[in-house]
Design a protein around this ligand. Structure first.
Ligand code: FES
Ligand code: FES
Length: 156
């Protein structure tokens, strides 16, 4: 089937099997390998993308579900050479080690901070509980999200 959607602000029209998984479409058909797959079963959050601004697990979505939607992946997060404030906070706070969880963690954080711009640490922990990280022990990720939230509030 032919599907039409927007990917990081650019219109896409592609022919694909309607039951292709979105993570495969992004990585294998469209070359957007920033979105990661680990568990493939909705358990780890590595494949998180934004669909109309809401975080979704791309390993559990089918291509047909993208019809008419606007998708954001990690490739669309920064603006030119300038990192998004959440990305910058992850760098500044040392919240990235191997980096495999980072794209999903960042996408989930964008959605979360849109809904809760001034979270406490427990709310951050709860919000990101579906995103697993094998490296950092999470503390630096919480630090980064807290710092990004403050930075983004200051920008308003
Ligand atoms: S790869 Fe999608 S949730 Fe783990
Ligand atoms: S930084 Fe390695 S899994 Fe999170």
């Amino acid at each position: 089937m032919k599907i039409v959607f927007e990917l990081n602000g650019i219109k896409q029209e592609i022919d694909c099997l309607p039951d292709s998984r979105v993570v495969d479409l992004l990585r294998e058909e469209l070359g957007h390998t920033g979105t990661k797959e680990a568990c493939g079963s909705g358990e780890c959050g590595a494949c998180t993308i934004l669909v109309d601004g809401v975080s979704k697990l791309s390993c559990l979505m089918l291509a047909a579900q993208l019809q008419g939607r606007s998708i954001t992946t990690i490739e669309g997060m920064s603006s030119g050479k300038k990192l998004h404030p959440i990305q910058q906070a992850f760098v500044d706070k040392g919240a990235v080690q191997c980096g495999f969880c980072s794209p999903g963690m960042l996408m989930a954080t964008v959605d979360f901070l849109q809904r809760n711009p001034a979270p406490d640490r427990q709310q951050i922990r709860t919000a990101l509980s579906g995103n697993l990280c094998r490296c950092t022990g999470y503390q630096k990720i919480i630090d980064a999200v807290e710092s990004a939230a403050a930075e983004m509030r200051d920008e308003l």
